[in-house]
Design a protein around this ligand. Structure first.
Ligand code: FNR
Length: 383
């Protein structure tokens, strides 16, 4: 409505509307090395493209004469009542996508303005305490890349809990970085530039393992960080993870239904279906194609979060119809951030939410339970 009424007075929106237009504008706005980091994926990026294209294989079947004049898109999960079923997926090194270097704070402010929860990455240019501060009343989740140094891991989780995060999202698929040709071709690995180490540099446990401690040379600090990064968690680590916090623990990167079952048996509280937007492994199945199988395996025991390939409100509705409890937006909000900081991220979130809400209205689904019961029809071999 805001946009249409603006049009009556001759004003057009400040930011592009479609995800394709946003992507084009962001690619022109960002320096090439930053763009290749944001846009790039693993291998020839087949999985990355498949993630988005696969949504084309699902369709919502509309219902008429329902009068869905009021829609209820609220979601209850982990004891929280959320106004909408959308969240901001964790994205590291957001600082390089914002003009003032504080992309994490800008994103958190957009979350605060829209009530859309943010999953804040470990690899942040602003310490987690300031990110949660900028979120205000909107819930945040802390995404953990689990360092090999267990004291440091425990300290990060304790800090997240003490500062007011509502849950810990443990990312499983990135204990090592995948084969990313765009970054390799430009020898560009922004994680190693030190710009996203605020959570480590603000942690006393981080310096314990470095010769020279806080006085060490920057290169020694980066080398130390690289050496503690590659920690492949195993099933045996779940009791330890569980022992670190009272907060809900959500495992990100689960794609196989058996892994979802086993994770819940191991005491975690939520399953997050994702293939990291195709950034880590190429040659994989589109994440949305595994969602129903995981939802069936979880059998209502826990919330199922989803991301990878979500580009619009329509995609959000399809993922919800396939059983997701909440749906993560990734790259599109980074494009918004690049174009307009907090205002750009807010624009992307409001557009996605408005499209999802309108689609539910037109298709006659007044709430998420009815939508989920109806499901999405598989419509062919596209993607
Ligand atoms: C990510 N993602 C990610 N995930 C995570 O758990 N921790 C992180 O630090 C990052 N960093 C990151 C950086 C960039 C630039 C991107 C694009 C993505 C993965 C992210 O949470 C999510 O899984 C994907 O973005 C989903 O894919 P699409 O929908 O963005 O293509």
């Amino acid at each position: 409505n805001e946009i249409y009424f603006g049009g009556l007075q001759g004003t057009t929106p400040r930011f592009p509307i479609t995800s394709a237009d946003l992507e084009r504008a962001a690619s022109a706005a960002l320096p090439p090395s930053v763009w290749s980091y944001v846009a790039g994926g693993a291998g020839d990026e087949h999985t990355q493209r498949a993630n988005a294209a696969a949504f084309g294989r699902y369709g919502i079947v509309p219902r008429m004469l329902v009068g869905a004049t009021q829609r209820d898109l609220t979601v209850d999960m982990f004891g929280l009542r959320l106004p909408t079923p959308v969240f901001l997926a964790p994205v590291g090194v957001l600082g390089i996508c914002a003009q003032d270097g504080h992309g994490d704070l800008a994103t958190a402010r957009a979350a605060a303005q829209t009530g859309v929860p943010m999953v804040a990455s470990t690899l942040s240019e602003d310490p987690l305490e300031s990110v949660v501060g900028a979120l205000g009343e909107t819930p945040g989740f802390f995404q953990l890349y689990t360092p090999t140094d267990r004291d440091l891991a425990a300290s990060l989780v304790t800090r997240a809990e003490a500062s007011g995060f509502a849950g810990i999202v443990v990312t499983l698929d990135t204990w090592i970085t995948g084969w990313r040709p765009r970054d390799l071709a430009t020898a560009n690995f922004p994680q190693l530039r030190g710009a996203a180490l605020a959570n480590y540099l603000s942690d006393p446990h981080f310096f314990a393992g470095i010769d020279g401690g806080r006085e060490a040379k920057p290169v020694a600090i980066i080398q130390h960080w690289a050496s503690i990064f590659g920690n492949p968690l195993t099933w045996n680590d779940l009791p330890w993870l569980r022992s670190l916090t009272e907060l809900p623990i959500i495992l990100k990167g689960i794609v196989h239904p058996d892994d979802a079952r086993r994770a819940l048996d191991g005491g975690v509280d939520g399953i997050y279906v994702s293939n990291h937007g195709g950034r880590q492994a190429n040659g994989g199945i589109a994440a949305i194609d595994m969602l129903s199988d995981v939802v069936d395996a979880v059998a209502e025991r826990a919330p199922v979060l989803f991301d990878s390939g979500v580009r619009s409100g329509t995609d959000v509705v399809k993922a919800l119809a396939l059983g997701a409890t909440a749906v993560g937006v990734g790259r599109p909000y980074v494009h918004g951030l690049a174009l307009g900081g907090t205002a750009g991220v807010t624009h992307v979130l409001r557009s996605v939410l408005a499209e999802a809400d309108l689609l539910m209205a037109v298709d006659g689904y007044a709430d998420l339970a009815t939508l989920r019961e109806a499901g999405a029809r598989r419509v062919g071999a596209g993607g």
